[in-house]
Design a protein around this ligand. Structure first.
Ligand code: ZN
Length: 71
């Protein structure tokens, strides 16, 4: 096993995230399940039905709440 890749300074953790992918194979559109407002969203680009799946995505740190440090 070769392990010659340089280690990046800061590793972004990734995890399997629930996403919706467009069922149209000519369309690469997808969205995170968190951002989908409908239970069965349509593709915003081609209006095709979207299929639920998983993608390995960088974890989005929800830091916006911690910025208000007014104690
Ligand atoms: Zn689409």
């Amino acid at each position: 096993m070769y392990n010659s890749r340089k280690k990046p300074m800061e590793e972004i953790p990734e995890e399997m995230t629930a996403v919706w992918s467009c069922s149209n194979e000519n369309c690469n559109c997808w969205m995170r399940d968190n951002f989908a407002l409908d239970t069965q969203p349509d593709c915003p680009q081609c209006q095709s039905a979207m299929v639920k799946g998983e993608k390995k995505l960088a974890v989005v740190a929800n830091t916006s709440f911690n910025h208000n440090k007014s104690v």
